[in-house]
Ligand binder design. Structure first.
Ligand SMILES: Nc1ncnc2c1ncn2[C@@H]1O[C@H](COP(=O)(O)OP(=O)(O)O)[C@@H](O)[C@H]1O
Ligand SMILES: [Mg+2]
Length: 239
């Protein structure tokens, strides 16, 4: 579904990615893990057309590098950025509605809203509440829900579990599994390495802008090289 080859990315003169290769298969959860500053968010921004790139990025056979960022969502990609990016003084419902403006999703707004409220019943209880009054976990639900309102083929999540209480992290990973079962392909960036690999068919480890390891989630979970790649991380960050 998504094919990335020899991808380099730049912020001005600074090069953040060095020849990254990644394949995301339809219907799967693919995760990207790696230490802080490795280039994970940059990789997602490259897919969404938000940084300068070289190399190949193809979505369902189309060259994404030729498509302007604001049109990429029309193709069926939804990117839930790090830090959530909600409108703090709009309600939960209004934030969700903003996700359904793309032409492919507009006719299904009511149905998608129902789906989001089914996945996150708590958001239905709070639909008239302003986004900034929600807990961190609830805000993350709104951010994911807004992504789903565009009825994406590929949902891209950047560190969705960051800052969440352990119980909310479990809720989140259950929802990711449910989203996948509904046929949405998921590309997940996580610092919760253990949970991410458990939830993924395929996974990639990047470090200093380059890919150092790839395999199935279960392969990587067993891999001594993975432990090595995360030597700098505390053991509880792996769990
Ligand atoms: N807007 C930016 N301008 C310049 N450099 C950036 C910018 N965003 C990220 N970087 C740099 O690019 C590298 C990769 O960052 P990032 O993709 O955010 O890492 P990660 O998401 O893996 O923590 C880091 O060295 C970071 O400092
Ligand atoms: Mg990041």
């Amino acid at each position: 579904m998504l094919f990335i080859a020899d991808l380099c990315a730049f912020y001005g003169e600074f090069q953040a990615l060095f020849g990254v290769n990644i394949t995301v298969k339809q219907g799967e959860v693919t995760s990207i893990v790696g230490p802080n500053g490795a280039g994970k968010s940059t990789l997602l921004r490259a897919v969404s057309g938000l940084v300068r790139t070289e190399g190949r990025i193809e979505f369902e056979g189309q060259n994404l590098r030729k498509i302007p960022a604001h049109r990429i969502v029309d193709l069926g990609l939804a990117h839930v950025p790090e830090g959530r990016g909600l409108f703090p003084y709009l309600t939960v419902r209004e934030n969700l509605e903003l996700g359904s403006h793309v032409p492919r999703a507009r006719p299904f707004r009511a149905k998608n809203m129902e789906w989001v409220y089914h996945l996150f019943p708590r958001l239905l209880e709070r639909e008239r509440q302003l986004a900034h009054t929600l807990s961190g976990g609830e805000q993350q639900m709104v951010a994911i829900g807004r992504g789903l309102m565009s009825r994406p083929k590929l949902l891209i999540l950047d560190e969705p579990s960051i800052g969440l209480a352990p119980k909310m992290v479990s809720v989140l990973f259950n929802v990711i599994e449910e989203i996948r079962r509904e046929g949405v392909t998921v590309l997940l960036v996580e610092q919760n390495v253990h949970r991410a690999l458990m939830a993924s068919e395929s996974a990639y480890v990047i470090e200093n802008g380059a890919m150092v390891l790839s395999g199935s989630g279960s392969e990587l979970l067993q891999s001594p090289q993975l432990q090595e790649a995360f030597l700098g991380l505390a053991q509880d960050e792996m769990r």
